[in-house]
Design a protein around this ligand. Structure first.
Ligand SMILES: NC(=O)c1ccc[n+]([C@@H]2O[C@H](COP(=O)([O-])OP(=O)(O)OC[C@H]3O[C@@H](n4cnc5c(N)ncnc54)[C@H](OP(=O)(O)O)[C@@H]3O)[C@@H](O)[C@H]2O)c1
Length: 416
């Protein structure tokens, strides 16, 4: 099969490297040879690549009937969307690693692929090298998936892991991550949670079989996680992780992205550094955990190559991985229930009654004080609906005159 690679950066060049490295096995598994006919770039010369392969003109690829598959690793929505669409309209299979285009235009592209009896694959768009899309499509085909919760962004997990290990502040750790090349100069997409929210939207679309908008997912990043929060987490046996989560309860869909306290029994707890982890819960299978490199040149390119092999195997039929055009509604954040970790000003003296009536109606209030921090204490609340919790928080501050410095939701896998 002759293929083209559009966008020859980290992932595009990684795809060529994986194809070269594992050629014999890839051809055996796919059943035929794979030859790169074109590489689409913005400049005519790419160091280490034969000039004959490089084109700056998309129409050369689009109009060459010999090209049966196109890899899109340009990133962003435009012109990636237009290029993918016109390749599919010409009956060419497309493999994309681009979460932005899959999240924003996935259902349109899947429909176009269906109309032209070819495939649009996007395994690498969520979890990089971790095979989550195909796992949901094949292995969970007979399951009612009730929950997917994941650490889906390596940059934020690297920062949070370092903060925990070194006791450093968010700002200092971000600077170090930028210096080491783990965070972008403009880190907003990662640390404000938008990258995770796009991936969470793709996972919700995969499980529901319908379209959703990542803009409708409550999204909170990690900017407000402090070294003090982290010190409490450590003392209480939690780690703090940026989680993207989707839940299905009967015909209702819940989804959010937020930094959360993760308890030690949770399989996401030991997922550290740039690694990603995805916990999937099905009604028959129970809990499965996927773990691995959620980004990086060769891990992500490996997922792209697995899609290329799938396209060779399904050369003449539309496989149907994806979701419909129908839009689903995501329930408001207030309808989710959590335990909350709260850092409260002062000592508990004089407000025991209020602590019980607002946050810990069942059982004894357990107060945690960090050595050397006499000006505040922490508690973990009962399980409360977010809407109710926010109302109680505001009433508590009004009644006691005490500030709640910060709160974090607790992800309790064992209680679900
Ligand atoms: N890097 C990862 O670990 C990773 C993991 C999972 C998914 N992804 C996704 O994979 C995609 C690619 O990421 P990347 O890290 O490989 O990005 P990258 O290193 O910036 O590569 C993108 C390449 O596309 C080229 N390009 C941009 N516009 C183009 C156009 N109009 N025509 C032809 N080429 C064009 C760029 O060329 P210039 O050099 O001229 O700008 C660059 O070489 C993104 O959607 C990303 O989210 C990346």
């Amino acid at each position: 099969m002759k293929i083209a690679i559009m966008g020859y950066g980290t992932i595009g060049s990684g795809v060529k490297e994986v194809l070269d490295m594992n050629r014999a096995q890839i051809e055996k598994k796919g059943g035929e040879g794979i030859e790169i006919k074109y590489i689409l770039a913005r400049k005519e010369h790419i160091p280490g690549v034969e000039d004959a392969l490089v084109t700056t003109d998309f129409s050369v690829i689009e109009n060459d009937p010999e090209v049966e598959l196109v890899v899109e690793s340009i990133g962003g929505i435009h012109p990636a969307y237009e290029y993918i669409k016109s390749c599919l309209e010409k009956g060419k299979h497309v493999v994309s690693s681009n979460k932005a285009v899959v999240d924003a235009c996935g259902s349109k592209l899947i429909r176009t692929a269906k109309e032209h009896n070819c495939n649009f694959y996007f395994e690498a768009s969520v979890g990089g090298g971790i095979p989550v899309i195909r796992t949901l499509y094949h292995n969970y085909a007979g399951e009612n998936v009730t929950e997917i919760t994941g650490i889906l962004n390596g940059t934020t997990n690297f920062i949070l892991t370092k903060m925990r290990e070194e006791g450093s502040s968010f700002e200092d750790t971000l600077k170090e991550a930028q210096r080491l090349g783990y965070a972008e100069r403009d880190p907003s997409a990662d640390i404000d949670g938008f990258d995770t929210s796009r991936k969470t939207a793709i996972l919700l679309s995969m499980t529901s079989g319908n379209r959703c908008r990542h803009e409708d997912i409550y999204t909170e990043g990690i900017r407000n996680v402090s070294d003090i929060d982290m010190a409490y987490a450590k003392a209480l046996g939690y780690s703090i992780k940026l989680l993207g989560s989707v839940q299905t309860v009967e015909d209702k869909y819940f989804a959010y992205v937020a930094p959360m306290m993760v308890e030690e029994q949770d399989p996401l707890y030991p997922v550290n550094g740039v690694y990603n982890g995805i916990r999937i819960v099905g009604n028959c299978l129970g809990t499965t955990m996927l773990y691995g490199m959620g980004a990086g040149k060769l891990p992500t390119a490996s997922a792209v190559v697995s899609d290329i092999i799938a396209a060779v195997r399904h050369k003449n039929n539309f496989q149907g991985i994806g979701w419909s055009d129908k839009m689903i509604e995501i329930e408001p954040m207030g309808g989710n229930a959590f335990r909350y970790f709260l850092r409260i000003e002062g000592t508990e003296e004089g407000i025991e009654k209020e602590l019980k009536s607002y946050f810990v109606e069942n059982g004894k209030v357990k107060v945690h004080v960090l050595p050397g921090r006499k000006d505040e204490f922490a508690i973990i609340s009962d399980i409360l609906f977010e809407e109710d919790f926010l109302a109680r928080l505001s009433a508590f501050e009004d009644e006691t005159g005490r500030r709640v410095f910060h709160y974090l939701r607790v992800n309790s896998a064992s209680e679900e």
